[in-house]
Design a protein around this ligand. Structure first.
Ligand code: TXA
Ligand code: MG
Length: 323
């Protein structure tokens, strides 16, 4: 990765067009939302999304929030039930993120959802993010614009403190209004659950669900609440293959589907040329394919721990250590 000099430009139509051109070219740009500054990239471009992880120095792949302009755009990506519709109607545009079943036709890069069958979506209210979404005409994946493990970026200085020379551009529109990240509500299988507390309270979510004829039957308020629905891969916040997986494998055993990398060949390869960005973009698709193969086990070639390779290895190690 080359290290660009990070420019700070004020929010206006001209600079929004400049940011959109960078995003169209596969780069990521920091832009304010009403909660915190986000680091935005084209959510349909796996390599661009790999660039977001690389810039943030995230040692692992957590799924990212996808931002869109309106409910119609959100419905192209995810399945809405009546409860999701009620929440969207009540809080969008605004600081609410909905985790919903992902539509297979979404076109969203698998690195955005980290291989999950669900997607986190938000319709932001901030003029700078909305103008960028309009100029790009694409859903934008945007985690908070800070390096992994640092405070939430509510001002340009916070963004610059951790991302200087890691991204080409920050759009400056002053401090953000809310200052904390959006409330995340998962709405899957008719069960509503708050995954992250934020500017919209649990009571507000409950009130929105209880209006009119809709009755709230099942509602969890927090991460400690017991699961009442089990469906591997759908409710967990991390995808892992169902089959046993062996890492650092120089070659496959007879009962293993081999995922190669660089010089190590396989049934599939993360990247024949040994390119780690390409490997990151292919990782979750290849794990799904390995899970669907007719062999009972999976082996993965050694992947170097450099740069985004660290996040790849983190995900592979977790997959290998599951029982
Ligand atoms: O306010 C916000 O939400 C900001 C602004 C920029 O929009 N964004 C933000 O993104 O906070 P990030 O990446 O820092 O946090 C995303 C959260 C993570 O905790 C992730 O685990 C969760 O969303 N998440 C994303 N997709 C998910 C999914 N399919 N299932 C469960 N959790 C998901
Ligand atoms: Mg964050």
């Amino acid at each position: 990765m080359d290290a660009p000099n990070t420019r700070i430009l004020p929010y206006n139509a001209h600079n929004t067009a400049e940011a959109a051109a960078l995003i169209a070219a596969g780069q990521c740009v920091a832009v304010p939302t009403e909660t915190v500054y986000g680091l935005a990239a084209d959510a349909t471009d796996g390599a661009a999304v790999a660039g977001v992880y690389a810039a943030k120095g995230r040692p692992s792949f957590n799924p990212l929030i996808v931002h869109v302009l309106d409910v119609a755009a959100a419905k192209k990506l995810a399945a809405f039930d009546a409860r999701a519709e009620a929440l969207a109607a009540a809080f969008w545009p605004g600081p609410l993120t909905l985790v919903l079943p992902l539509k297979p036709s979404s076109g969203i890069a698998s690195l955005v959802t980290a291989g999950l069958e669900t997607i986190a979506i938000r319709v932001p209210a901030h003029r700078a993010m909305r103008a960028l979404l309009e100029a790009c005409g694409k859903p934008l994946a945007a985690p908070s614009a800070n390096a992994s493990g640092t405070i939430s970026p509510t001002r340009v200085e916070h963004v610059m403190a951790s991302l200087t020379d890691r991204i080409p551009l920050v759009i400056d529109d002053g401090p953000t209004r809310q200052g904390i990240e959006s409330t995340i509500v998962r709405e899957v299988f008719g069960m509503t659950r708050i995954l992250r507390h934020g500017p919209i309270t649990g009571a507000q979510v409950l009130a929105a669900l209880s209006t009119g004829k809709r009755k709230v039957d099942r509602f969890d308020t927090g991460a400690d609440a017991p699961e009442t629905v089990e469906a591997p891969g759908q409710l967990s916040s991390h995808y892992a293959p169902r089959k046993p997986l062996r890492i650092d494998a120089p070659r496959a055993a007879e009962d293993e589907w081999m995922i190669g990398f660089g010089p190590t060949p396989g049934d599939d390869t993360l990247s024949a040329s040994g390119n780690l960005t390409e490997a990151a973009t292919r990782l979750f698709d290849l794990l799904h394919r390995a899970d669907a193969s007719d062999l009972p086990k999976i082996a993965v070639a050694p992947v170097p721990d450099d740069g985004i390779g660290e996040a790849i290895n983190d995900r592979l190690r977790r997959a290998a250590h599951r029982d």
